[in-house]
Every structure is written in C-alpha cells, then in structure tokens.
Write a protein that binds this ligand. Structure first.
Ligand code: IPM
Ligand code: MG
Length: 370
C-alpha cells in the first residue's frame, strides 16, 4: 500500500481545532487501508514564536521540505501584534510558500445549494457557483524588494513595497490556469491593473501571447482587477478560472469566499513546479480563512475549509481521486442534512460544534466507503 508523509502545522487560533477534525479522517483512511499516512506535527506562527522566538524553525522547514504534503491550519492573532515584523506569525507562512516554491495557489469557490441562503447575495446569483481563483503566490508585492520603511532627512518616514513580475513568473501561473480551465468550462479571466501599473501591462502582454501560442482553444478574457471585484459580486457565475497576481488574488479570494456563504467553507492548495525526475510537486494545503481569534477555543469553528483542503491533498498530491470525491460528497451530504456550524446557520437555527461537524463528515465518508 502506498505510504504518504504528511506534515501537520495547526498553527494558531482555530487552526488546531479544525486540524483535529482532519486528523480523524487521516487516522480512519490509514486504518481502512485506503492509504497509509505517516503524520508529523510541528509549530508555526505565534505558537512557534512563543516556543522558539521564530515563526517557523529550520527544523520545521526541513520537515516541510521532506514531506509529501503539508497541511496548514492558520496563523496570527492580536497576542502577537507587537512582535517584530520579521518574526510575526504570518512570516512563517510566507517562508513556507517562498522556500517550498509554491507559486500556484488554487482557491476554488463552490456554493453548495444547501448554503445558498447563507450568502450575502441573492440565492439565484450564487446557487451552483463553481469558480477557481488561481493566485500567484511567490512573487509580486508580497516579496518584491525593496520592502522597507526609511527615515528621510527631514525626519519624515517613507514606506516602500515593490510590485515586480518577470515573464517567466507570469507564464508559469497562467499555464496552471489554462491547463485547469481545459479540465473545466474552458474559460480563463486574467486580471491586473494595466491602466495604472507596469506589472499589469507586462502581465496582460505575456498572458495574451501565451494564449495565442499555446492555448488558443481556451476562451480568454481580461478584466481590470477593480472591475473584476465588482463583477464577482454582480454576476459571479460568469467566471470559470480567474488568474491574477498575489495581492489581487488575496483580496479577490476573500470576496469569492464570502459568496459561498462563509469564509469557513473555502479550501486551498498551494503547489510548486513538478520535479521532472519524480513527477512530484511540493504542496501545502490550507483553509482560506484565518485564525479567527475571536472564536478560538469555543468549539464554534467550521472545519469544512480545512477538511476540504485535505480532500484537495488527496486529489492533487496523491492522486487518490475516489477518496477525495468521498470527502467532498460527505461534506455536501451533511450540509444537505441540515447540519450547520454557527457561521453558516440561519438566524434561530441550531448550530453544531466543530467536532460534531467533523464527526458527521467522517461518518458520511464511512457510509460512502461501504
Ligand atoms: C491568505 C492570508 C495570508 C496572505 C496572510 C495570513 C499572510 O490572508 O492566505 O490569504 O495574505 O496571503
Ligand atoms: Mg487572504
């Protein structure tokens, strides 16, 4: 039986609570002999800072490098607001993305029929929504240099972030989007701000040329990032695959998340380039939601985004399509049965705890496996 090495990094806030629900599934799949998962757990973010004064240690980075896949919970919280910038909780996540070369961030936004009323938009606008945001993850303003705050001669301060993209960085993320679209509804919307930014001009040129050269069979359109934000809340079902840079992708994926009813619903996969020798890619899977310190420790967190991220792990890292389908079907069936955590419950409706939701999904998987 195939054996896979998983590194669990639960992190801060609700991270450990939602990760615990994934652990139940991991244990069950292994016991069932569907695949053997060897797991290790390590610290990241504020939890790592408290123990080591670093947001991720070299040892944990080494484990992440060696793992077949990393499952990541969430990082950050007000407790670490005053921590030095270099060692703030988020720095641990950014180092993982950069050092593992995880340039392609896939953020699917699916609106389950059962949840269409939990969306802030009207049911008919979001019901059946199925889009993917492909966000560039290792470049742009997140990592561009210089990135600094300097004091000028007159005593005033000046802050600089640098938005920078090369042809190669744009081509490799656009290729991910085009390939993905071919397996879906064959449409890519590329988004930048070419009306204001040089990086947007280059982005647009590179994607246009690449489309003509290699992907002419895919429908391509371009939308300015602000207009795309507007279209996402006006008519979200017009989209299939959206490809955009690191910062726009960060913002637009939070918008897309909310269309589906709750930030607690969205999984994501961050993938590196395929190793030509082994055919494997480095990968990290994480819910799009953050650490939600306001509800941490109260058993209120929705574990669906984290469990959905595990389904993506099964699919993209291990090719365990049947297992991934089972997990996703189980999520959809517990929602059909009316189970809701607080974030997706309608007013007055009874909400279940994090563990109750996790147990119900596990039970759903067990039923499907029979
Ligand atoms: C995300 C988060 C991160 C980001 C933070 C936690 C650094 O918002 O994954 O969307 O900005 O990329
Ligand atoms: Mg974000």
């Amino acid at each position: 039986m195939a054996s896979y090495n998983l590194l669990l990094l639960p992190g801060d806030g609700i991270g450990p609570e939602v990760m615990a629900e994934v652990s139940k599934l991991v244990t069950w799949f292994t016991k069932q002999g569907i695949a053997r998962f060897e797991t290790e757990t390590d610290l990241v973010g504020g939890a790592s800072y408290d123990a080591t004064k670093q947001s991720i240690t070299d040892a944990a980075m080494g484990r992440a490098m060696a793992a077949d896949a990393v499952l990541f919970g969430a990082v950050g919280g007000p407790k670490w607001d005053a921590v030095a910038y270099d060692v703030r909780p988020e720095a641990g996540l950014l180092r993982l993305r950069k050092d593992l070369g995880l340039f392609a961030n896939l953020r699917p936004a699916i609106c389950y029929g059962a949840l269409a009323d939990a969306s802030s938009l009207k049911r008919e606008l979001v019901e059946g929504l199925d889009i993917v945001i492909v966000r560039e993850l290792t470049g742009g303003v997140y990592f561009g240099e210089p990135k600094e705050i300097v004091t000028l001669e007159n005593g005033e301060k000046r802050a600089v972030d640098t938005q920078v993209y090369t042809t190669h960085e744009i081509e490799r993320i656009a290729a991910v989007a085009f390939e993905l679209a071919r397996k879906r509804r064959n449409k890519v919307t590329s988004s930048e701000k070419r009306n204001v930014m040089k990086s947007g001009v280059l982005w647009n040129q590179v994607v246009t040329a690449q489309h003509k050269r290699d992907y002419a069979d895919v429908q391509l359109e371009h939308q300015l990032a602000d207009a795309l934000g507007m279209q996402l809340v006006r008519q979200p079902k017009q989209f299939d695959v959206i490809v955009t840079d690191n910062l726009f992708g960060d913002m637009l994926s939070d918008v897309a998340a909310m269309l589906t009813g709750s930030l607690g619903m969205l999984p994501s996969a961050s993938l590196g380039a395929e190793d030509p020798a082994t055919g494997k890619r480095k990968a990290l899977y994480e819910p799009v939601h953050g650490s939600a310190p306001d509800i941490a420790g109260k058993a209120l967190a929705n574990p669906i985004a984290m469990i959905g991220s595990f389904a993506m792990t099964l699919r993209y890292s291990f090719g365990l399509t049947d297992a991934a389908d089972m997990v996703e079907k189980a999520i959809s069936s517990v929602l059909d049965q009316g189970l809701r955590t607080k974030d997706i419950a309608s007013p007055g409706q009874n909400a279940v705890s994090t563990a109750e939701m996790g147990d119900a999904i596990l039970k759903g998987v067990q039923t499907l496996a029979r």
